[in-house]
Design a protein around this ligand. Sequence first.
Ligand code: NPW
Ligand code: K
Length: 484
Amino acid sequence: MQGIWTTEHLRAAEARLLAATPEGALMQRAAFGVAVQAADLLAEHTGHVVGRRVALLVGAGNNGGDALWAGSFLRRRGVAVTAVLLNPERTHAAGLAALRRSGGRVITPARASQLLESVDLVIDGIIGLSARGALRGDAAALVGHIGAPVLAVDLPSGVDPDTGAVTGPAITATRTVTFGARKPVHVLNPERCGEVVLIDIGLAPELGEPDLRRLDGVDIAAAWPVPGPHDNKYTQGVTGVAAGSATYPGAAVLATGAAVLATSGMVRYAGPAADVVRARWPEVIATGSVTDAGRVQAWVVGPGIGTGQEGRGVLRQVLEAGVPVCADADATTLMARFPEVLDAREPGTPLVLTPHAGEFARLTGHELGHDRVAAVREAARKYDAVVLLKGNTTLVAAPDGRVLVNVAQGSWLATAGSGDVLSGLIGALLAGGVDPWLAAGAAAGVHSLAADLAARGVPVSASGVLAAIPDALRHLRHPGFPRP
Ligand SMILES: NC(=O)C1=CN([C@@H]2O[C@H](COP(=O)(O)OP(=O)(O)OC[C@H]3O[C@@H](n4cnc5c(N)ncnc54)[C@H](OP(=O)(O)O)[C@@H]3O)[C@@H](O)[C@H]2O)[C@@H](O)CC1
Ligand SMILES: [K+]
């Protein structure tokens, strides 16, 4: 599991490490990492390092110091380095002296636009952890002139370190090199960061509990229920799916199918699409209503059930059942319209809500805003539920404040029916007894991996994502096969 720490916690950890390290040593470690990555990008994009031209955008603090020291290291590799000082009076003195000693040039922002259009690489040392808001002044004006790949120092300047929000001019990096620990921006705004490279500066022992967590493939594989020699179809959990309608049976077919493919437990379907579900998934026991469904260990409710009285009745019945519930799509809208339906839930029964941004706003009564992590944490606490907020970066918050992030490789999941597949996966894991927070996070991981495997660079339907679930699980359990 990868940890991610907010700037507040990093500051405290860095202060402890700084106190125990010779002056300047941390910056040297950081800057050396920047220089190595810069040389790598130069070689990748131009075929050479020696003789190439690099511009440093240098702001008022230590982020600029990192860039200047990196520039001095690049000089030793025969790179022509020019620093643009955005705040000359507050430039990192030791870094500037090092760059000058090494033969680097220094220019003012007024002369920088042409340089930025012609160099082979730009190193962004404008702002790092002390960033507040979008870029201002000369930095804001120069961003539009960048014509080369950008290596961001610590984070792309102008992007909020803790929320990933962009409210004005900001850098878009090809690669971001960060130090000691990943910051929220790296997972909340991967489009702006590009590839993120983490440099070890010895911070790990000081870090403590992370603020956000990201599941690795091995974590997902370890969490996923796998039958043992003494298991049968019941011991692995029976998933109930209350979804779809006679007019719209697709949601039922997708959610039920995902539950079928997720684990080797049994799946029951309850609803008006029973015939269609039975025809597509003969292994499913399909009945017309929740009342007739028989016992299940978890319910998936919502996709395609409608937002009227009928859907409300189904949701109430499922919440009354006293087993874990994954409530998706129409179920979220029903909870927003009829909040009293939540009273049907037995206290302490796990509930997973899976809204996208629009459903989240409907449910909570306010728009998401820039701080998605704070919003999803607050909703999880308010509803005493695991809340999975869908997006390119999916967030999963538990009522106790823990947050998981899942970063999708592409945006292929933004397609009709893909949410139905996710809810089926979560339901099957809940039925298998997986902790609801981990279940939602692991399901999100498999869901996005299935999309990558199915898409391979072209659009994919929800049915395609569904069909790729076995491949995704195989890939996680036996890494390297098949490759996306
Ligand atoms: N500590 C450590 O152990 C290590 C730290 N390291 C490095 O230090 C970095 C943190 O450095 P830092 O704290 O000196 O400030 P930094 O982020 O460079 O900002 C500089 C100034 O920019 C300004 N500013 C803010 N917002 C702005 C905006 N929107 N547009 C324009 N300007 C804006 C603001 O000044 P203001 O103008 O608001 O007075 C701020 O003071 C960290 O990211 C890493 O790279 C590494 O060397 C490893 C070891
Ligand atoms: K930066």
